[in-house]
Ligand binder design. Sequence first.
Ligand SMILES: Nc1ncnc2c1ncn2[C@@H]1O[C@H](COP(=O)(O)OP(=O)(O)OP(=O)(O)O)[C@@H](O)[C@H]1O
Ligand SMILES: [Mg+2]
Length: 248
Amino acid sequence: MSAIETKSLTKVFKKDFSKKKIIALKSLSLKIEEGEVFGFLGPNGAGKSTTIKILLNLIRPTSGTVTIMGKNPSDKNVRKLVGYLPENPYFYDHLSAKELLWFGGKSCNMAAPAIRERTLQLLEELELIDAMKRPLRSYSKGMVQRAGLALALIHDPQILILDEPMSGLDPMGRIKVFNLILKLKEEGKTIFFSSHILHDIERLCDRAAILINGDLIRLIDVKNDLHQGETLESIFMDEVKRSGGLRE
Ligand SMILES: Nc1ncnc2c1ncn2[C@@H]1O[C@H](COP(=O)(O)OP(=O)(O)OP(=O)(O)O)[C@@H](O)[C@H]1O
Ligand SMILES: [Mg+2]
């Protein structure tokens, strides 16, 4: 059984006040195996976040299907299996990071001592311990991003779906998150993440997909498909040029 599977996933958005349609995703079929780290690449507007929101059942596909560990994403048991970091994490900003993780743990039915222990461990790892009792509204962008990651990880899920986990982080924060993803990979977690930082994807991922204008252009086995002198970045640039650029 694949950890994540999409079959012919298509999403069409209608533009407000006009009949114009945006085809955000065109018949995307992907299989992500258990324990795999999978990078989802594509220029702005390629359809990455749309795919991720469908995986999380936040939006419905126009057609096609998704399964997470063989289950429909609307299945309430899927919530416990998956940790999700949204593209622009937004939380009730009067909460502190500690309170945020408490609610996150409670919503996954974790026991109180386990939530407390895991909260301290994650906030230590993500360098938020000193700020953990402060309201999130006093956090910088990078701090909110790290709090969002801690929330995704509170229940120690076996699958992580992260929409641009490095976004907004300073170089030190990026290294921290890079190492955290590496550690999760060593623990055997399945990690599906989008990123524009191709160098990080190349070092972290087993496979990567390039999505352009909703089309899956290429699947790359990072260890075996890169020839001498080739990087993920050079492949990406070639594919974007070959596709004739982006939608307006
Ligand atoms: N709710 C919506 N209504 C209308 N169009 C939408 C909606 N959400 C996304 N789109 C459109 O779908 C396309 C794909 O958007 P999406 O957010 O999935 O791209 P992305 O690959 O995540 O880009 P980025 O790298 O900028 O985050 C874009 O053209 C976007 O304008
Ligand atoms: Mg996006």
